[in-house]
Structures are given as C-alpha cells and as structure tokens.
Design a protein around this ligand. Sequence first.
Ligand code: SF4
Length: 385
Amino acid sequence: MRDLRKQDFAPTLLDFGPVQFYIARHFGFCYGVENAIEISYKALEENKGRNVYLLSQMIHNQEVNADLASRGIKFIMDTDGTQFISWEKIGKDDVVIIPAFGTTIEIENLLLDKGVEVQKYNTTCPFVEKVWNRAEKLGTDNYTIVIHGKPKHEETRATFSHSAAKGHSVVVRDMEEAQRLANYVTGGKTKSEFFEEFTGNYSAGFDPERHLQRIGVVNQTTMLATETQAIADFFRQVMITKYGDADLRNHFADTRDTLCYATNDNQDATYELLKLDADLAVVVGGYNSSNTSHIVDLCEQNFQTFFINSDSEIKSREEIHHFDYHKKERKVTYEFLSQKQPLKIILTSGASCPDTLVDRVMIRFLEFYPAAKPVEEILKEFAQT
Ligand code: SF4
C-alpha cells in the first residue's frame, strides 16, 4: 500500500534567489479526503433534481466545502455535531453522503430507518475503518478501549460509537488526560471523581474499578502519532507497575498498527522540516482541521509559524492574517517578513488542503520579490534534477 518513494521525508528546496521555499516532502490531500471529494461530485452528478446531503463538512477545508455547497450540496451538521438541518426533513428519496471520518452507529441506523441508502455514498476512509475494526477486536477480547482523540471531533465520535458497541470505551484528549485516567487504574482516585472528570467521554455502564484492568489504545487518525505512541507507552508502563511484566499481555494490548499512513507521512515530513535553518513557517489548512493543527504545533517548536487557510490571508508584504489555534482566534501580524535575503520560508499543508492552495500561497509570496526567478525556470530546473 505504501508508495516506496514516500520513504524519503527530506524537504524540497525551491530557490528563487531572494526567497527560498522549503516544501515538505509530504503534504496535502490524503487518500481518504481525495476519495470522499470524488464521490461527492459523483453523487451530485448522478442525482440531479434530488436533495444531496452531506452528513457534515466533507473535509476541513472552507473552499472545497463552499464549492460543494455552491453545486447544491447541503450540510446536515457542523463538525461538532450541531445540527443545521433537522432529521425530519430527510427522507428516503434523499441522498446522504457519509464523510471520510465516518459516522456513529446511531446516525447510520437513523438514516437506515428512514430508508436512505447509506452505503451507496459512504466515503468512510478505510484507515478509519481499520481503527474501528481494531477497537471492536479489543472489545471482543474484553479489553477496554482508550481512544486518543478530540471528544467532539466527528471521527472520534464515530470511533467511540463503534468501539462502545463492542467494549467499554473512554476518550482521552492528550497525555495530561491519560495521566489523569491512570489515577483510576492505580486506584488513586474514586469512582465518583471519575464520573465527574470524564463526563460524556465514557461508555454506558463504565465502571472505572472494573473496566480499567485490561486496556488497549487506538486513536483518532489525525492526532499526533508520537503523542498516541507516548500515551500507549505510558499505559503500558502503568500496567507493568501494577501487574508486573510477566502478566502484561493480560492487561495491555499492543495496538501500534492503527495509525493512518497519511497522517504519519505528513508528520514525519514535518519532523524533517524542523531540522532546517529557516526564518518562518507557513502552514496552509482549514482552521478546524485537526491534522493541520498538529503540523502547526510541530513547526511552532522551532519557527515563527503562520497558520493560514488561503493565500488571501496574506494581505500585503507587511500584513498577514492567521489563526492561533491554541486560543481559537484570528490574529493579525504586521511586518512578518524580514528584509533578510535570501529569506527561507517553510511551506506545508494539512491533509484536507488542496495542493493548488499551497501553490497560490507561494505565488503570493513571490509577488513581494520582483527580483525572484520566474516560477517556470525554477520548476524546470527542479524537473531536471
Ligand atoms: S487522514 Fe488518514 S484516516 Fe483520515 S481520511 Fe485521510 S487517509 Fe483516511
């Protein structure tokens, strides 16, 4: 399945003279998103005159969603599950597309009960399904499933629903929450504290005294892979401390293989970018995109980083509008480009960002460097190497 060429994570340098771009080796659309978009356009094409709904925003990209909407697609809810169109309005003659993140068993059943042909335009990504299968297997083997994900994210809600149908499940957002959950493995905190602390994030009938003796970790596929691994390693250690090494398999299931290749590759390519001596980083993607926010997070470790959703956020050489995803607010930064030459800019994007947007961002920057070599010349040189 893996493209062998994708094993090289070194960035590409596009040297325009006064400005240089380091482009991540892997960025942009993943298989799941590309497939989902293709199927959405196909659904529109095949169902002229019918209502075509998308369960939620297909991908976390404003432009693609706006284009689909302009062609007649209606969104049933937003990414957090807030309903735009009530279920009563949807009937058996309507088309409902399931997004790449998948959906919950409850919603699938609700649509099936209405007679909607759910499977016809089900674009659930096979890598998400792989996580569900793994979670279901853990449940069947009597392990409790710890899901590393953002509790409100549609993929995590879908994974939780599938996993909770087969086994006890609990969601942890990050390492800090994992450490808090571990207090209930070791017996450091009480049952009632658990119900308060993890409200809304555990399956029905969950008993922290009984259901944290055997666990396995799966993730929302767009989480930071290294964090999921760290959480799994952490719980492994907690179980060894409590039950001893010899009995580990009885208490902890190894789930290393559930990470999505696209998220992994984009993140690995970002780690390579971190080794560079660059002046700033620009990450392009939707402001509600989970995988993009993790790339931003990584870049911020070493560079001044601007998270933008399109080239139109670069207002001028002096002014850029960008998103602070930690505070969930838009920001304006002035004089963000130093006079230094050559200026070294890292450029990458998330899994739900069309590659053309990255091109447009680069071209926008080039407008500020009249002495820059023409794009065709650089790409020609690049093609010959
Ligand atoms: S990020 Fe991975 S799991 Fe998610 S849609 Fe893309 S390929 Fe599928």
